[in-house]
Write a protein that binds this ligand. Structure first.
Ligand code: TA6
Length: 299
């Protein structure tokens, strides 16, 4: 039996949840309920589609995304862990390895309100241990309905203290990034990657007329993406996160990346909840850390 068929046999739910391998043998979970449809790749436990019933998709997936083992999928919600961004050792992958390794499905449950919860665990192996020689099991709990909740749980089962950085690197679908704005960060300080990580202070809403790549630090604030053309607002609530990253590569960087699709940058905006820069997480032996987000639509 294939991985997908085996997973469907173990966790499938009468058409509301099944597992398939649509591309290059990469298994995905397909969710279809009265509340939403969604797709989650088992590589990285990466949400790559979430569309509440009656709505346009909330999550953006590049039309040029590549689905090959070990390659990060452009779009969706990549899990950046156990470090965010570039590592001091350039031989190590940017944003850690969690998004490019297989995860196991460990539970699937339907809730009385018809939300579905799927639980994934990163399958540590010799390759991941070589990059991160600590015993720190990682779990992702995803609850899907008219809202989307993710809870990334790190447990330190090692004898040593660990320090990690992380983010749920969410690509939101927008009508036209030049027409949208992000509120909730006014007055907050950020590190501007576009100008060499200069520290600056946000004035008013974040708007987009060029490359934006900012780590807002020491902020637990909710953010809102205002999308007037699609007449919607996306509410981004978070817990266990002291950093918010806002990113759009704009035309030049997007073209160089090669997997954003032609003009794809105009249809996406990353608002990432995590713990980056000096907001790193220190976990003593026996401790756990939970990074939680909740996405919803309002008018
Ligand atoms: O979160 C923003 C960022 O760190 C950008 O600097 C850019 O590198 C982006 O992540 C995408 O990174 P990736 O490794 O997925 O191409």
């Amino acid at each position: 039996m294939t991985d997908a068929a085996d997973l469907t046999a173990r966790f499938g739910m009468d058409g509301r949840l099944e597992f398939t391998s649509p591309a290059d043998g990469m298994a995905v979970a397909d969710i279809k309920t009265r509340l939403c449809s969604a797709r989650i790749a088992l590589q990285g436990a990466q949400v790559i589609d979430w569309t509440p019933a009656g709505e346009k998709p909330l999550i953006w997936l590049s039309p040029a995304a590549k689905f090959s083992a070990g390659k990060s999928i452009r779009g969706g919600i990549p899990v950046c862990w156990p470090w965010f961004g570039a590592h001091a050792d350039p031989s190590l992958p940017a944003h850690g390895f969690a998004r490019t390794v297989p995860w196991r499905v460990t539970a699937a449950e339907s809730r009385p309100d018809d939300n579905l919860t799927l639980v994934f665990e990163l399958a540590a192996n010799a390759a991941t241990q070589a990059l991160w020689p600590y015993t720190t099991p990682l779990q992702l709990r995803i609850t899907l309905g008219r809202t989307l909740q993710l809870e990334l749980i790190t447990r330190n089962e090692d004898k040593r203290e660990v320090t990690l950085s992380e983010a749920l690197h969410t690509y939101f679908a927008v009508s036209d990034v030049r027409q949208v704005s992000v509120t909730g960060l006014d007055g907050g300080d950020y590190l501007d990657k576009v100008t060499g990580f200069d520290r600056k202070t946000q004035q008013g809403a974040v708007t987009f007329d060029g490359e934006v790549d900012r780590i807002y630090v020491d902020t637990a604030a909710e953010c809102v993406i205002h999308d007037p053309l699609w007449q919607r607002r996306i509410l981004i609530e978070k817990q266990g996160s002291d950093s918010t990253v806002v990113w759009n590569p704009w035309h030049g960087k997007a073209t160089a990346m090669g997997d954003m699709g032609a003009e794809g940058y105009l249809s996406m905006l990353c608002v990432e909840s995590g713990n980056a820069a000096h907001n790193q997480v220190r976990l003593a032996p026996g401790d756990e850390h939970r990074l939680c987000v909740r996405y919803s639509i309002s008018r």
